[in-house]
Write a protein that binds this ligand. Structure first.
Ligand code: AVJ
Length: 321
């Protein structure tokens, strides 16, 4: 069982990598950033001065969790909490604590693609909220969301924070949110974090910190492919290059090939890159509130309330089904 799972994941990773590197424009899926090293690097990114997103959203959850809960409580009393991409729960913990004071019977379902992250949550969270029912789910968002519904039929509050939605382009995000909607019932809620449009220089700096941690984070994907798929990327031959388009709101990260080079993925498969060919590795969409309302409507949700940080750089928006 264990072995079969690992083999399957590795096969999917391998297939996705080859398919992406052979597409034009070439791409790699940012969900593969998060191996053990990637998890650590992302933790470091969240501590960077330039990466404002975490502090903004932390301020919202620290100061407005009561308001968030009362916006839901008015409508529906008893509900479970599901968090998509739970990470270290350092933001959601504030909401969970408040909720637990009102109702200690709910179950918290943290969902994460990283098995390591889920193990950590199940170990650490009970230290902060004793007697909290925790049921960690390691896997893809929609599969695991369905599973949480099969385990408990209570109403759901789904958390999708940290601008994780930003990792999908506007078409993908609507398709994804429709899928989320189809797993939910009337009066279920979604609290979703959007990074808002702001001074373009501030946004670009957040993906190009001076210490070079984001650079390492991006390059780590090549290291992971080397390690897990027996590839031979020479890390020095690639440049981390983020760009932000203030019109479309797309912040995209690339790895640019510095030279003409051949890369082997395993013993037999190879890819030839010309000098200055690009590999697109990540998109981090920035939205206006108007655009978030349009997204809600297209995907079958109704906006209930908007929660901003004091700079109005970030919004956690409460939607209902
Ligand atoms: C975790 C997807 C929200 O896109 O801002 C941070 C990941 N990438 N720096 C983001 C990330 C580079 C982050 N999300």
């Amino acid at each position: 069982m264990e072995l079969a799972t690992i083999t399957h994941q590795k096969t999917k990773f391998y297939k996705d990598v080859l398919k992406g590197l052979r597409s034009f424009p070439r791409r790699l899926d940012s969900k593969y950033f998060y191996d053990a090293t990637g998890d650590k690097l992302f933790q470091q990114i969240m501590n960077c001065d330039e990466y404002y997103l975490t502090n903004c959203e932390m301020e919202i959850l620290q100061q407005q969790s009561d308001n968030i809960i009362s916006s839901i409580k008015n409508i529906e009393k008893n509900f479970d909490v599901v968090e998509l991409g739970a990470g270290d729960c350092s933001k959601s913990i504030h909401l969970l604590k408040k909720l637990f004071e009102l109702d200690n019977s709910f179950t918290f379902f943290p969902i994460d693609i990283s098995k390591h992250v889920i193990e950590l949550i199940e170990k650490e969270l009970p230290k902060q909220i004793k007697a909290l029912n925790i049921h960690g789910l390691n896997g893809e968002y929609i599969d695991m969301l369905k599973q949480s519904g099969a385990i408990s039929s209570k109403r759901k509050l789904v958390l999708f924070m940290g601008s994780n939605i930003g990792n999908m382009n506007s078409y993908e995000s609507v398709a994804f949110l429709k899928e989320v909607r189809s797993c939910l019932k009337k009066d279920d809620h979604l609290l979703i974090g959007f990074d808002l449009k702001k001074d373009p220089a501030i946004i670009l700096d957040a993906y190009n910190d001076k210490e070079g941690i984001t650079r390492e984070f991006n390059l780590n994907l090549l290291r992971r492919i080397n390690r897990e798929l027996n590839a031979d990327f020479v890390i020095e031959n690639f440049t981390h290059f983020p760009v932000y388009n203030p019109e479309s709101g797309e912040c995209k990260s690339y790895l640019v090939s510095n030279c003409k080079q051949r890369i082997f993925i395993g013993d037999t498969e190879f890819i030839d890159l010309d000098a200055y060919e690009t590999i697109h590795t990540e998109i981090s969409m920035k939205y206006s509130i108007k655009q978030t309302n349009e997204m809600a409507e297209k995907s079958g949700f109704k906006p209930v309330e908007y929660f901003y940080d004091s700079k109005q750089w970030f919004a956690d928006v409460l939607w209902k089904c």
